[in-house]
Design a binder for this molecule. Structure first.
Ligand code: GLC
Ligand code: CA
Length: 555
């Protein structure tokens, strides 16, 4: 793959509603982010992905946009947004925005016009079908039919996600041109690119044929018919040619459903995006990747296998986008470390394991503090649409209330969305007033202030790991080197990063016991560890519980 300007970025994801509230209304905002830029600079990240800040009724916390060229009032103004971009730039931090173009809010003017006047051109900006009954049995991602009745008419509109998120009709060239104008308008403001939401949903199976039901609701998961459908590449290439490519911007796509054999269309020299997220190892605890009640028991060796398969597939074409958390996933500590979620050595090993993979590391807010999932006592305490839907779906599938609540606690998207704990004061110093979403603890024990500058803390660990990767002696190999799995014992993940002139072996012990690893030859130098030193004796490496080491092999 040809060298690109964005390959050395370390990206930090911000969920604006929950990052920092500058004016005491309980909701995080743009000024709040600007005030905390020095914190991010200190951590060492080089790019921020900011979740949607556009005008929105916030049914899905901004993933339901009612005006692409306006900022949501609770977040601030367009001036605040311009100022955030320029203040970040002063600190050499780039900004990417979230681009939600599979759907809009039902409150978007286009949709409102389409409802009011079915003869207007905007009617064809969405997907409407005539009839007295829903046109098919597809289930939306957030539950219930994908079809919602238009009040007062024998007509339905289509939504892959929530019913306040009608899908745009990408088959319509006029709609596509309007979207490209919006994309270019934002790029011209000086942002570095986009994280692109749900982009594999833009092409649908146009036969709209029923599918075999797969739940007690008698509906069929829509993803097989609306995700990564044949023909999508033409839309994606056009989008790229008319927007991203002329600006040479960075793009990371949420591209669920893409097969490893198709990656060449998506990333690398001939792909329409810079990188895409792969959810296979993020969703290894649930069977279909979508139903939270279909829990799967997995082992470290399964995680290892999934990660390596992903890495090897991605590297055939380009770089990958490496993450363990985001605003839709539970906290990685709880998910991957289970009962060891509060063991800081385990948290560091998890952080290091994905951080030194080949590709761009993404860090989600609070991950650098080792935040963990909460446990809520009843469904009324949740805000997230999807949590509420999954709870009632679980009951419908005949799980008990306790089981349903447990599934939701484990997977809820509210887990990562709780306010960021800046200190151990009331509401974690996030706001002077009650936050929009309740925290796990009002006076959080895990918080930034108690970790900054404290040696051995998870924050300081992340900071030094970022520095080591970005500025250390081995940066070239750690950023650009290829990856290959290495032999390891059952609870250890191991891989090799290498260039023509360098070789670095990376070992991550996910067990609470010493392990013995077989090295392929003698003569290794330890160049980095999560703590202390590991023991090397002859061709054996002895790792302490939850210890990680990077070894350089001597030529
Ligand atoms: C993506 C977003 C998620 C949102 C959905 C619908 O999956 O990450 O938060 O709910 O798209 O826009
Ligand atoms: Ca606020």
């Amino acid at each position: 793959m040809e060298k690109q300007w964005w390959q050395e970025e370390v990206i930090y994801q911000i969920y604006p509603k929950s990052f920092y509230d500058s004016n005491g209304d309980g909701i995080g905002d743009l000024r709040g982010i600007t005030e905390k830029l020095d914190y991010l600079k200190d951590l060492g990240v080089t790019m921020l992905w900011i979740c949607p800040i556009y005008k929105s009724p916030m049914d899905d916390n901004g993933y339901d946009i009612s005006d692409y060229k306006a900022i949501s009032e609770e977040f601030g103004t367009m001036e605040d947004s311009d100022r955030l971009i320029s203040e970040a730039e002063k600190r050499k931090i780039k900004i990417i925005m979230d681009l939600v173009i599979n759907h809009t809010s039902d409150e978007h003017e286009w949709f409102q016009t389409a409802l009011k006047n079915p003869k207007s051109k905007y009617h064809d900006y969405y997907i409407f079908k005539d009839g007295k009954e829903p046109p098919n049995n597809w289930r939306s991602v957030f539950g219930g039919s994908v079809w919602e009745k238009v009040p007062g008419r024998d007509e339905f509109y289509f939504h892959s996600f929530g019913k306040k998120q009608p899908d745009l009709n990408w088959e319509n060239p006029e709609l596509r041109e309007d979207l490209y104008k919006i994309v270019n308008w934002w790029l011209e403001k000086g942002i570095a690119g986009f994280r692109i939401d749900a982009i594999t949903f833009i092409k649908k199976d146009l036969t709209w044929a029923d599918r075999e039901a797969d739940g007690a609701d008698n509906l069929a998961r829509c993803t097989k018919a609306v995700r990564n459908q044949p023909g999508i590449i033409d839309f994606l290439n056009e989008l790229n040619e008319k927007t991203f490519k002329p600006h040479n911007c960075f793009t990371v796509a949420e591209a669920a459903g893409v097969g490893y054999d198709e990656l060449g269309n998506f990333i690398g020299d001939n792909g329409c995006f810079s990188v895409i997220f792969d959810f296979r190892y993020a969703d290894l605890d649930i069977a279909s990747g979508s139903e939270w009640y279909e829990r799967i028991d997995w082992k470290i060796s399964d995680l290892n296998k999934k990660i390596m398969e992903s890495q090897l597939s991605m590297q055939k074409y380009g770089f990958s986008a490496n993450f363990i958390e985001n605003h839709d996933q539970p906290r990685a500590t709880t998910k991957y470390l289970k009962e060891n979620q509060n063991n800081s050595d385990a948290v560091k090993t998890l952080g290091a394991m994905y951080f030194f993979l080949k590709g761009l590391p993404f860090i989600y807010q609070g991950q650098e503090l080792g935040m963990v999932n909460f446990e809520r006592k009843c469904i009324e305490e949740f805000n997230d649409l999807s949590s509420i839907d999954q709870y009632y779906r679980s009951l419908q599938e005949e799980y008990s209330k306790e089981e349903a609540l447990n599934f939701v606690n484990l997977r809820s998207r509210d887990n990562p969305r709780v306010p960021f704990p800046w200190n151990n004061e009331k509401y974690g110093g996030f706001s002077q007033n009650k936050p929009w979403l309740s925290m796990a603890e009002e006076y959080p024990k895990i918080n930034a202030e108690s970790q900054i500058g404290k040696s051995g803390s998870i924050y300081e660990f992340y900071k030094s790991m970022i520095g080591f990767r970005q500025k250390g002696k081995y940066r070239n190999c750690l950023i650009y080197g290829d990856i290959q799995p290495a032999e390891s014992s059952e609870n250890v993940i191991a891989y090799k990063r290498f260039t023509e002139t360098e070789e670095i072996y990376c070992y991550f012990n996910f067990s609470g016991k010493n392990t013995v690893e077989q090295l392929s030859k003698g003569g290794y130098e330890q160049i980095w560890t999560t703590f202390g030193e590991a023991e090397i004796s002859g061709d054996k490496l002895i790792l302490k519980p939850f210890q990680s080491v990077l070894l350089k092999s001597k030529p």
